[in-house]
Design a protein around this ligand. Sequence first.
Ligand code: URA
Length: 218
Amino acid sequence: MSGFFELGVEASDPNAGEFGRGASVRGGGCRQRCQLFRGVLSPYMEPYGKGQRGVLIVGEAPGAEEDRQGRPFVGPSGEELAKGVDWAGYDLDRDCVRTNVCRCRPPKNATPTATQLNACRWRLLEHIEEMKPRVIILLGRPAVDGLLGHRLTERMGGLTMTDWVGLQIPDQLLKAWICPLYHPAYLMRNKDDPSIRRVWREQLKIALDLCDKPVPQE
Ligand code: URA
């Protein structure tokens, strides 16, 4: 897996943290570069869950219910996610921690912009640094871009979500398996096709089961 990502950490960049460029552009940068915190009930929503199996699940951004309750994935997408995790033999609250690449709810649930994702990335990287997850499940394209956008080569940047889904990437920098999957909202939009949910759950189980398998080091 050597060279899967551009490990282009700019050592000379004073803002380059352990995980690379932009990783430690802390809160000041977030509030200057992104104004979302102004219009929400739950700014900078914290990750939630005990994470006893070392699994970090990363979504896009809080929705209305999440913003109201101050907790990620407690609305319809969260219900779909919790059922999938349960189907795979795990418990969402106990075994996983869940969070979002964009911590503040965008108005009308708009997809976070590149500026918003870049401004929020340090929060996710800081959480990973503290939690040291063994598996990171990325739900949907914004989650892929939010975690990895600063590390993608031009070639990788051109991949579609279909290309990413189902990969199990032994990431040497974060020392975790990175597993991109479709967002649960995608299953809800395709309710008429039960095979989509079935395949998604199988892929979710494969990702969750990696929590017992150490990431091979190069
Ligand atoms: N969708 C997300 O991506 N995250 C949430 O927290 C809720 C819905």
